[in-house]
Design a protein around this ligand. Structure first.
Ligand code: KIV
Ligand code: ZN
Length: 385
């Protein structure tokens, strides 16, 4: 079976979400949960960014035993040395070196010609190679880079000794057809491409991060980078839980899976939300509170008869106990009657009708009718009669 490697960057790109700042203890707690989830690689931080980040990466490297621990580095010797220092205690260390390649970044940010970009990156990879056997090189803003230059940079990275080449859509600009085409072109044109893994790293500025990651898989990507709950710089990164469940649910189409222990997804998602303070929107795919909740009467009736009518994933798959039938104004008699049984009330048909009318009346005034609300008007009715 084709395996897609998961590179989790919740602790690095995820921590770049505005307003998020994880301390060392929190980073270690998340890293240990990511290990339980079974991610292959954990990017623990950017050691050159601050002494605190270096210390946190160091603590994660000592705590985690079953995943590769990665530190981010610009294409500079000082940054590479900071990653060496941070990863001293790691069982399986790796470095992630990057340099921007797009015309916009070359002109305005780096002020470098293509030749200088090639040379700077090659020098950095060669230097990193003295200390690391596993090196990922990223072409920052590959998505807006000339395709022939993407191929040239990838070729250089392979010859210099990178083991993974990452082609990020740094600003979330591409659509799935365009992003997939980058992978296809690189696969078809770069010599010795089979010697390395190709990685996809997408941002969600236009809401296409997951679709783009899946397009990369269809065009030969070996690794997906992303974060739990899709947190990250600006609109965030690819949500790893979405990729994992898309592959799992549509194995018939993709023919590939991650090695994730899917039952840990809900727990990991809650922990990341709690420690980052980033609330998960109710309608967030896979991990939002409403992802397995059904309100309409037609849907509830279908669910009560056969769950696959309205659920393509069972909540148990991601470690949740059950789906929820939420009672509101769209709910029907079938779900209401089930709720009465759940709450321990055995009412005859006429009493159910009276209770259902009261429920509908309340539901028109209140968004969600809770168990307490139902108990309250039923008890009131029993007292009345
Ligand atoms: O989005 C990006 O390009 C990055 C790089 C550092 C890989 O996060
Ligand atoms: Zn990124």
């Amino acid at each position: 079976m084709r395996k897609i490697y998961i590179f989790d960057t919740t602790l690095r790109d995820g921590e770049q979400s505005p307003g998020v700042n994880l301390n060392t203890k929190e980073k270690v707690e998340i890293a240990l949960q990511l290990e339980k989830l079974g991610v292959d690689r954990i990017e623990a931080g950017f050691p050159a960014a601050s002494p605190g980040d270096l210390a946190a990466v160091n603590a994660v490297a000592s705590a985690v035993k079953n995943a590769t621990i990665i530190g981010l580095s610009r294409s500079r010797e000082q940054d590479i040395d900071a990653v060496r220092e941070a990863l001293k205690g790691a069982q399986d260390p790796s470095i992630h070196v990057f340099l921007a390649t797009s015309p916009i970044h070359r002109k305005h940010k780096l002020r470098m010609e293509k030749e200088q970009v090639l040379e700077t990156a090659e020098r950095a990879i060669t230097y990193a190679k003295k200390y690391f056997s596993k090196i990922e090189f990223s072409l920052e803003d590959a998505g807006r880079t000339e395709l022939d230059f993407v191929c040239q940079m990838t070729d250089m990275a392979i010859r210099a000794g990178a083991s993974v080449v990452n082609l990020p859509d740094t600003v979330g600009y591409l659509n799935p057809l365009e992003y997939g085409n980058i992978f296809k072109t690189v696969k078809e044109n770069v010599p010795n491409i089979e010697k390395i893994q190709l990685s996809a790293h997408c941002h969600d500025d236009l809401g296409m991060a997951t679709a783009n990651a899946l397009a990369a898989i269809l065009n030969g990507a070996d690794q997906i980078e992303g974060t739990i709950n899709g947190i990250g710089e600006r609109a965030g990164n690819t949500a790893l839980e979405e990729v994992a469940l898309a592959l799992e649910t549509r194995f018939d189409y993709f023919g590939a899976k991650t090695g994730l222990n899917l039952q840990e997804i809900a727990r990991t998602s809650r922990l990341v939300s709690k420690l980052t303070g980033m609330v998960i929107p109710g309608n967030k795919a896979i991990v939002g509170a409403n992802a397995f909740a059904h309100e309409s009467g037609i849907h509830q009736d279908g669910m009560l008869k056969e769950k696959t009518t309205y659920e393509i994933i069972s909540p148990e798959t991601i470690g949740l106990r059950d789906s929820k039938l939420v009672l509101g104004k769209h709910s029907g008699r079938h779900a209401f009657r089930e709720k009465l049984i759940d709450l321990g009330y055995e009412l005859d048909e006429e009493a159910v009708n009276v209770a259902f009318a009261k429920f509908k009346d309340l539901a028109d005034r209140k968004k969600h009718v809770t168990d307490e609300d139902i108990r309250a008007f039923l008890e009131e009715k029993l007292v009345d009669t």
